[in-house]
Structures are given as C-alpha cells and as structure tokens.
Write a protein that binds this ligand. Structure first.
Ligand SMILES: NC(=O)c1ccc[n+]([C@@H]2O[C@H](COP(=O)([O-])OP(=O)(O)OC[C@H]3O[C@@H](n4cnc5c(N)ncnc54)[C@H](O)[C@@H]3O)[C@@H](O)[C@H]2O)c1
Ligand SMILES: O=CCCC(=O)O
Length: 484
C-alpha cells in the first residue's frame, strides 16, 4: 500500500501523529506553502549537489559522471590515511551533527513531514553512526592464521573496497545515509551518494557539515535527482569505477539494482522492505505489549521498514489487547488541525479507518483493525502506514508458521515472559532482527539487516564496516627452522 495512504512528498503533506499529551512544533502553515524553514544556521540550507567539497548545479547530467571520477581520484590518498585520522574526522562530524541537531531536525520535518520529536531522534540516531564508526575505524583488525603448509605463515589484512555508490530512501533522510557513509569512510572508502529525490535537503546539510569536519574534498559526494533516478541507479551499478553498491529501499528496486550490479560483479548490500510480525503471547505483560506495539507500529507514522505490520495476539488476550491498543490510539492527535469529527467505527475497525481529506490527500488516521485474516493484503504486503492490523492465534507453532509465511524477513517482535518460549520463538522466526519484550530495536551498536527478500548485508555494529572492506590474505613462504 506504499504511497496510497500518503505520499512521500515534502513538508506538510505528510501525516503527523502525536500522543495527546505532547506538542508538535511544526509551524502552522497552509498546506501548499513553500516557505523555507528558519534555521539557526541558514548556511545549512543547500539546494545543489555536493561534489568535490563544493555545492554545484548539475549541467546536462554531466555533474554526475564528474562525481564518480572525483571519488576515484580522492580515493588514492584517502585510502592511505591512518584509521586514527579517519576516526577523528568522523568524531568531528558526529559532534557537528549533534551541535546542529535542531536545524537538521527542522529540515527533516520540513521535507519528510515526521513530527519534530521524531526528527530530533533521527538526528541523534544518524549522528550515532558517525560516532560508532569513528570507534570502529582503528579496529580494522586482520587475522594471523596457522597455515597448513609447513614453512608458510598466513595473515590477513582488511582493505577499503574502493569507491562506493550509496542509494537511500526518504523515510529516514539523515540516518539511512549516515549508516552507510560512516562505515565507508571508517574503512577508507570514498562515496557517491544519491540523495533521496523527495528529501535531499537533509543529506546536503550533512554534506555541508562534512566540509566543516575536515573530510577531504572528493571523499563524500552527494548527487540529487528525482526524475532521472533509474538512470543514475544504473550508472552507479554499472560504472566500473564503483566497486560497491549499498542500497536501502524497496525489494523491487533492490532486485533491479542487483541485476545491474551483476555486469561488473560489485560487492552489494541490500537493506530492503519488511513485513514485521509482532506477536503477543498470553503470558505477556499486556501494558508493555501495548506500549511496544505503539512504539513499533507508529514510529515515523508507520513508515519504517521495521514497523510492526502483522500483529498476532493469542486467543486468550486478544480482546483485552485490542481494547487497550484502540484506547491508546484513539488518544493520538493528528497535527495541523484538530480532528473534531468523531472517529467512525465500521465493522471491525476499532480506531481510525479513513483518510483525512480535509487536511490533504496524504493524511490518514491512526487505525486499529481487528479480526484480520491471512488472506488479507496486509498479511502479505508491507503497509508502510499507521494501520495496526490484529490477527488472532491459538498456538506458538501456528503463529510462528504464520509469521514465517512472509517472503521478506527483516524484523520480528514478540512479548512473552516464558524464558524457554523466548529462546524457541526468537530462534524460529525467519528474520534478521528480533525484539523481545520491546518494540524498538534500532541502535548503531546492533547489526541491522534482513534475511529472505529483505536483502543481505548488515549495517551498524561491529559487522557494518565489513561491508566496505575486502579481505586480503598474505602468505609468507620459506619460514623454516631457526638457523644454526
Ligand atoms: N531494510 C532497511 O534498512 C530499510 C530502511 C528504510 C526503508 N526500507 C524500505 O524502503 C521502502 C520504502 O522506500 P521507497 O518506497 O522510497 O523505496 P524505493 O525503492 O522506491 O526508493 C528507495 C531509493 O531508491 C531510489 N530508486 C528508486 N528507483 C530506483 C532505480 N530504478 N534505480 C536507482 N534508485 C532508485 C529512490 O530514489 C530512493 O532514493 C520500504 O519497502 C521499506 O521497508 C528498508
Ligand atoms: O526504515 C528503516 C530504518 C529504520 C531504522 O533504522 O530503525
């Protein structure tokens, strides 16, 4: 249902939700307004591609080729920098990002539409990848491997893979790009990042901070595009200068890019779509499970790849859980206008259930639907919107089978207090990430990525840097006995 509930287009045309006791700071403006938000530091507002340390307007598409060549040239010296030097640059970039948290959050909210509190959280999350990988850079250890050939000694070194092409989506305009640039730079790579077409301004502001952090010219390049995205994607995936592509987005586009990459056999990471199961067992703490469901389901208005998409609730607690969840959701307020009209319930809709046309075509009520069944589209497809769909189940085996029916396997959540069940179910779920008794699993320290058609590769964590390195083994021969 992507983009049927609301478009991924800028500013106030996005749905905004808040808990009734919080206050969102988005300035009230007409929906059609194009007023540029007031930033504390207006020089962070950039509208041109960032190439070789400068903001430049594209000329007949030539700027883009130029960016790849610039990255190749910059790689020659950058790959030789000491890991400790790269660590200091990333650390400085982290500090500048946090110092400018408010301006960056303002830009995110303006161009993406998520509530300002969410945007502030995203900036901290995004900066966390610079901080984390500043600490990983000096730890690119190799191995000393006992050889199986007498007289030989084998060691490995990790080297930067080379120029990287990065493509990221609009739903996290800051964090998706820093989660790739952080480890790439830590490893000694240079990058050409294609900013999300709908939300380029945050990426460009972060690029401006790269200059201030002392990142050498040409190491980070950010190109912008909306209409010619497929051409740019193809160029990044087929140009032989680029040795690695890391993509975050939908499974369909991921499959296409993988085909393109096969022509030059690039190293590839794909962080693709999810359809997260969220399971509530009858031994769960229901208040915690409701709060976990809200965190997971409604974070960024339901538009994260790890949002709960199918909420399975065990028979004995189904009615009580549904009631408590619906109560909470009804307490949300949609920003811009107070929605005075009563939430009409029809059939099994417990809360919400319709678009807010008077706010614009892109707004939808936070919704709870009960009595879901596995033949409904939500069971198979990622909703990417604020719809909490509740399925009833009876046994552990039944729910794990249902959860694993999805072709994708990114995140899965469950609530239980039975330690043996926790191990069993965590091991059985076919996903890359499991949240147990929590609805929030995102953390720069934790490996992020999926299985099945959610892609491959891991971002963040001690594993994230491996996506940007290649292992070289070095064998020393003729290391004989000590000489007399
Ligand atoms: N696994 C993850 O970490 C993760 C994170 C965020 C979003 N996602 C997924 O992304 C999807 C939502 O984002 P979306 O709908 O904007 O995805 P999308 O695949 O349409 O777009 C993602 C990015 O790819 C670009 N793109 C689109 N077509 C392209 C092409 N032919 N060649 C090159 N680039 C192209 C877009 O401009 C954008 O920058 C959801 O499925 C969500 O689950 C996954
Ligand atoms: O949308 C996907 C990314 C969400 C996250 O990193 O928490």
């Amino acid at each position: 249902m992507r983009r049927t509930l609301f478009q991924s287009y800028p500013r106030s045309l996005r749905p905004h939700f808040q808990h009734h006791n919080s206050f969102r700071l988005i300035p009230k403006m007409p929906l059609s307004s194009h007023v540029v938000p007031k930033l504390r530091d207006p020089s962070l507002f950039r509208e041109a591609a960032f190439i070789n340390g400068q903001f430049v307007q594209a000329k007949d598409g030539k700027t883009f080729d130029h960016a790849i060549n610039i990255s190749r040239d910059a790689l020659k010296s950058f790959r030789k920098t000491l890991p400790r030097e790269r660590a200091r640059m990333l650390r400085k970039w982290y500090e500048l990002t946090m110092e400018n948290q408010e301006d960056l959050a303002t830009l995110i909210t303006w161009e993406n539409g998520k509530p300002l509190a969410d945007s502030r959280g995203e900036v901290a999350y995004a900066a966390g990848f610079f901080e984390w990988f500043s600490e990983e850079a000096p730890r690119m250890y190799g191995d000393n491997i006992p050889a199986s050939v007498r007289g030989n000694r084998v060691v490995t070194v990790k080297q930067p893979v080379g120029v990287c092409g990065l493509i990221t989506p609009w739903n996290f305009p800051a964090a998706m790009i820093t989660r790739k640039i952080g480890p790439a730079l830590a490893a000694g790579c240079t990058v050409v990042a294609k900013a999300p077409g709908e939300t380029p301004l945050t990426s460009l502001a972060i690029a401006e901070l790269a200059n201030r952090a002392g990142i050498p010219k040409g190491v980070v390049n950010v190109v912008t595009a909306l209409k010619n995205t497929p051409e740019i994607g193809k160029e990044l995936c087929t140009n032989p200068i680029i040795k690695k592509v890391s993509f975050t987005g939908s499974t369909g586009v991921g499959k296409l890019l993988m085909q393109h990459c096969s022509s030059t056999l690039k190293k590839l990471s794909l962080e693709l779509g999810g359809n997260a199961p969220f399971i509530v067992f009858d031994d769960a703490d229901l208040d915690k499970a409701v709060s976990g469901a809200i965190t997971s389901k409604f974070r960024s208005s339901g538009q994260t790849c790890v949002c709960a998409n199918r909420i399975y609730v065990q028979d004995a607690v189904y009615n009580e859980f549904s009631k408590r969840l619906a109560e909470k959701v009804k307490g949300f307020k949609v920003v811009q206008d107070h929605v005075e009209d009563a939430l009409r319930k029809g059939g099994t809709v417990l809360a919400g259930g319709k678009g807010l046309d008077h706010l614009g075509p892109n707004f939808y009520e936070p919704t709870v639907i009960t009595n879901m069944t596995s033949d409904m589209r939500i069971h198979r497809e990622e909703t990417f919107g604020p719809i909490a769909a509740l399925f009833r189940f009876k046994s552990e085996k039944e729910v794990v089978d249902l959860a694993n029916e999805a072709e994708v396997g990114l995140a899965g959540y469950f609530f239980s207090s039975d330690i043996a069940r926790i191990w069993r179910v965590a091991e059985a779920l076919e996903v890359g990430m499991v949240g147990v008794n929590t609805g929030l699993i995102s953390d720069a320290a934790s490996p992020f990525g999926g299985v099945k058609e959610s892609g491959f590769g891991r971002e963040g964590s001690k594993y994230g840097i491996d996506e940007y390195t290649v292992i070289k083994s070095i064998t020393f021969g003729g290391v004989d006995e000590l000489q007399e």
